[in-house]
Design a binder for this molecule. Structure first.
Ligand code: F6R
Length: 242
């Protein structure tokens, strides 16, 4: 595993964007696995800036997102589809038909999950998967205790994740209780993984994930078993690890 320590959030974002842009330049029709949440916002902003400056094109890139809330339409401001449009897709030259986010309004969530697994397979697998990490070590919506063998599945959010995500909604009651999420198996099948983490409040999770035992209780700890993981984090997030 490679660990890049950045001075602050801005430098972390720039470094992560560098790695993603290297992937896109190296393989223009690559499959990017993308994440939402607060942490990658700066990374996406940097990629948009480089696109606008003419340094980068996403014209052939395909993308698959990690997860989506169940029950939210793509037009809901807190849906992950909306997040991706407003933070990245609307500002770059990626073809809309090449962007894939799970459908939160799927009538049959199980069928939607099965179709998503097939989609990832049909795309030839994920070349680079971007990940954030929750305070409890969750990756995508894979919560402590979830099986490492799961593919895309329907999940019930833990209280802690609902608490953490309440900041994006008007009230805690508005946070959806379920989501559709890639499983650990989909993530581990990606050829390369890039995790971004920022802030002292994540330092304990970073320590447990990367220096603790590999355990279902800390989902991100499974990344220790992946052959090509890059962790890009700011000093505060790495304060307990290094
Ligand atoms: C988002 C996702 C989540 C977040 C995690 C960290 O697609 O899958 O696992 O990466 O909750 O979120 P932030 O970056 O907001 O701390």
């Amino acid at each position: 595993m490679r660990i890049y320590q950045s001075e602050d959030y801005k430098a972390m974002s720039r470094r992560a964007a560098n790695i993603i842009s290297a992937q896109v330049i190296y393989k223009p029709d690559c499959v990017l696995g993308l994440a939402t949440g607060g942490t990658p916002v700066g990374t996406y902003k940097q990629l948009v800036d480089w696109y606008k400056e003419g340094d980068l094109s996403f014209a052939e890139v395909r993308s698959v997102n990690l997860d989506e809330y169940l029950g939210l339409s793509p037009h809901h401001e807190q849906s992950y589809r909306y997040f991706m449009q407003s933070n990245l897709f609307d500002h770059i030259d990626i073809k809309p038909e090449n962007t894939h986010v799970l459908n939160g309004l799927a009538k049959d969530p199980q069928a939607e999950c099965a179709a998503y697994n097939k989609l990832i397979q049909d795309l030839g697998g994920i070349d680079l998967q971007l990940l954030g990490m929750g305070h409890n070590g969750h990756i995508a919506f894979n919560e402590p205790g979830d099986d490492f063998g799961l593919e895309t599945h329907l999940v019930t959010l833990t209280d802690r994740t609902i608490d953490a995500n309440t900041r994006f909604f008007d009230s805690r009651d508005d946070v959806p209780r379920q989501a559709l999420s890639m499983g650990i198996k989909n993530i581990m099948n990606a050829r390369r993984i890039l995790m971004v983490v920022s802030g002292e409040d994540k330092a304990e999770a970073v320590l447990k994930a990367f220096a603790g035992p590999v355990t279902k209780e800390v989902p991100a700890s499974v990344l220790q078993l992946h052959p090509d993981v890059t962790l890009v984090a700011d000093k505060a997030a790495l304060s307990k690890l290094v």
